[in-house]
Design a binder for this molecule. Structure first.
Ligand SMILES: [Zn+2]
Length: 324
């Protein structure tokens, strides 16, 4: 979003700005068990199967290569340079602002702005809430990825889960619908209602029509007053909802919501334990922003806090053009 970083800017970032202390503690303590990947020129992280014995070694490599991108594995291995001796993997949720299926801004696909970055953040906060409330997970780390957010969970209970169990958690967390509960006529869970509050105003006539939501239900959902009634109805159980939208309208809406929610998260990242993720503290060269650990997520503003020094200097030299 700030334009691509030049090789010279990358070199300056890693020699003058980057500090070992930017690598979060949860990575630092397992650094030598992780596979590292480097994207040397912008073509993707093809330089893989690397092991870093210490953060000092990593610093040396970063200064020497000034890579386009730096990645480390979500898995821990006893032999990371051969990806052997698997010891477990973080549970990861990747919400990329550029891939959100509905957005409150007018960004084209592939672009991001302050608005959709904030929406990605809200979504990741919602996921964290479900993991905390329904799975009792505690060790959650938020990382600004450069164009969205990673939620990385390191509780002992999740580290040894296989791909299938990860997919099941993702289904529950992403879809946010609990069929057994709703069929019994109880209200929808709080996290689902909150998500609906964000989502409903963004549904367009076209999306509802494509999802085959009947005309009468569409009319309810497209009026502000109708949406408010639906949101209140979610609290009271499914009966209220079917009264307003009829059985077919309710089913179609839920199916649409489930699909959109599922598209908010990159499922491949959660399920694939062989993944490498952008290293917090490193530079996202395509957009000239820092990928970084976020300590106070609620107040975090990437457009002021994840901007490397060389970008501010471009600005003061007058060669910087903001594209958002
Ligand atoms: Zn946007």
């Amino acid at each position: 979003m700030f334009g691509e970083a030049s090789p010279e800017e990358r070199r300056r970032f890693y020699t003058e700005e980057w500090r070992p202390s930017e690598v979060p503690e949860f990575i630092l303590r397992t650094l030598s068990q992780r596979e590292f990947g480097f994207d040397r020129t912008g073509g993707g992280p093809s330089d893989r199967y690397n092991r870093m014995a210490s953060v000092e070694q990593l610093q040396g490599v970063l200064r020497r290569l000034a890579p386009y991108g730096v990645y480390s594995s979500v898995s821990l291995y006893s032999v990371p340079e051969r990806r052997e001796g698997w010891l477990g993997a973080e549970l990861v949720f990747d919400v990329d602002a550029k891939d959100l299926p509905v957005r409150g801004c007018s960004c084209a696909r592939g672009e991001v702005c302050g608005t959709c970055l904030e929406e990605a953040k809200q979504h990741v906060l919602g996921i964290a809430e479900v993991l905390r409330d329904d799975f009792a997970l505690e060790e959650m780390h938020f990382v600004y990825s450069g164009r969205g957010y990673h939620l990385r969970v390191t509780d002992r209970e999740v580290m040894e889960l296989g791909s299938r169990e990860r997919a099941e958690i993702l289904d529950y967390v992403a879809a946010g619908v609990v069929p057994e509960l709703t069929e019994l006529g109880f209200g929808y869970p709080a996290h689902f209602r909150r998500r609906m509050r964000l989502l409903l105003p963004r549904l367009s006539e076209e999306m509802l029509r494509d999802a085959k939501v009947p005309k009468r239900a569409r009319e309810v959902l497209l009026s502000r007053e109708g949406r408010e009634r639906v949101l209140r109805g979610l609290k009271g159980g499914t009966g209220v909802l079917t009264e307003m939208l009829k059985k077919r309208g309710t089913e179609r809406l839920m199916e649409l919501v489930r699909r959109i929610n599922a598209e908010m998260v990159d499922a491949k990242v959660t399920v694939d334990v062989k993944r490498i993720l952008r290293l917090p503290g490193s530079l996202h060269s395509k957009v000239s922003m820092k990928c970084m650990l976020v300590r106070k997520i609620e107040s975090f503003d990437p457009l002021s806090q994840a901007v490397p020094r060389f970008v501010s200097e471009r600005e003061s030299k007058g060669i910087y053009k903001q594209e958002i």
